[in-house]
Design a protein around this ligand. Sequence first.
Ligand code: PHE
Length: 455
Amino acid sequence: MGNKQINKRHTFTGGLGFVMAAAGSAVGLGNIWRFPYLAAKFGGGIFLLIYILFVFTFGYTLMIAENAIGRKSGKSCLDAFGALNKKWKLLGVLATVIPCIILPYYNVIGGWVIKYFVAYCSGLAQSAAQDGYFDAMLASPGQLTLYQGIFTALVVAVILRGVQKGVEKSCTVLMPMLVVLAVIITVYSMTLPGAMEGVKYFFIPSFENFSLSSVLAAMGQMFYSLSLAMGIMIAYGSYLPKNSSLDKNVGRIELFDTLIAVLAGLMIIPAVFSFSGGDRSALNQGPGLMFVTLPKVFAGMSIPNIIGALFFFLVFAAAITSAISIMETIVASICDHFGITRNKAVLIIGIGSFCVSMLPSLGYSVLSWVNIIGFDILDFMDFITNSVLMPICALLTCLFVSIGIGTKAIEDEVLISGSFGRRKLFNVMIKYIAPVLIIAILVSSVLNSLGIISL
Ligand code: PHE
């Protein structure tokens, strides 16, 4: 195997590029609005502790498995499983369907973020804080189409430039920017009057808020936040040079993702506390927290347009690097499988995902009559991937490793470059504990989404 492949398979330049790209995927909307709100709801410090425990055991196991599958097979998710064991070919199809459903609705949310960023840059902080601003945006198909079109075009432009010059480069620039912005906003937020109450609420464990559902919520969040079970880590693993340590790099990605989640908590919870005079229910707004509550919080600050613009740029950086990873995963799968050129694949997926994204986007106006088992279109796409397909894919990935190829195959791949410090943990987790935990997530999140239990 020559090390100068003739324009065949792309690779990252090395460990750092891989960590930045994978962290770019992992750090997304999930870290910024979902984590702070779950932590606040499910017992503050105790939730944080359990979350961290899951990240470094369960999350680690799946992440190392997926990356190793990618690197060992040298293929992206559609073909990776089949390349290692023919009988498991179909798992590749499932793993590829997931990003195909996620990408269109992620484009829609990316469009909302750009719209808010533009509003703050135009000095519209007070309008953005008005009741009804968010709903008015959702009710205007023209605006939504424009902004999600811009978002998709930006993602396409990055992917067209390739793995090193596009994916890796954009993440290496945007991720440090995101950290700097997060630190600036956190410092500002923590110095607001009454903010310390929020910090205490975030960090000090409150046992009365703690229950089994806290554990399940922490597990589900860990899964989503690390971009597991959606083929992404397989594709990225296939771009990791053989001489770079899988074990060390995975550790860095987990650390990065967790730090950003904690920083987001420190950025948002104290600000909301200060604004609401300590009213915790202000945090329980789900997605509305970012697009409805926070603009109201910003409006009361001394420099609302600047803070708002910085914040939405940060969210934009988080969202676009995640969207890049989703599109890259699909493009890589198509190129590997059908042997078409990268540019052709990018255009097909770019245009295709934009067209499909009209469905979730119009679900708030022209198509608002569509209701699928109680969900609007965007929420349904989110439900079917996060609550159903991803746990199934993760479960099958565990079985693939323990039965399909054997854990030794993964160990060997990890040991090619560097040590495998948590090898025992990996073995026990992937064979016994992870499958049980995943079934628990699957059952509980389906029951929760259908309103049968309430997490
Ligand atoms: N991991 C991302 C987050 O925390 C979410 C994501 C979903 C990323 C789908 C890529 C694909 O927000």
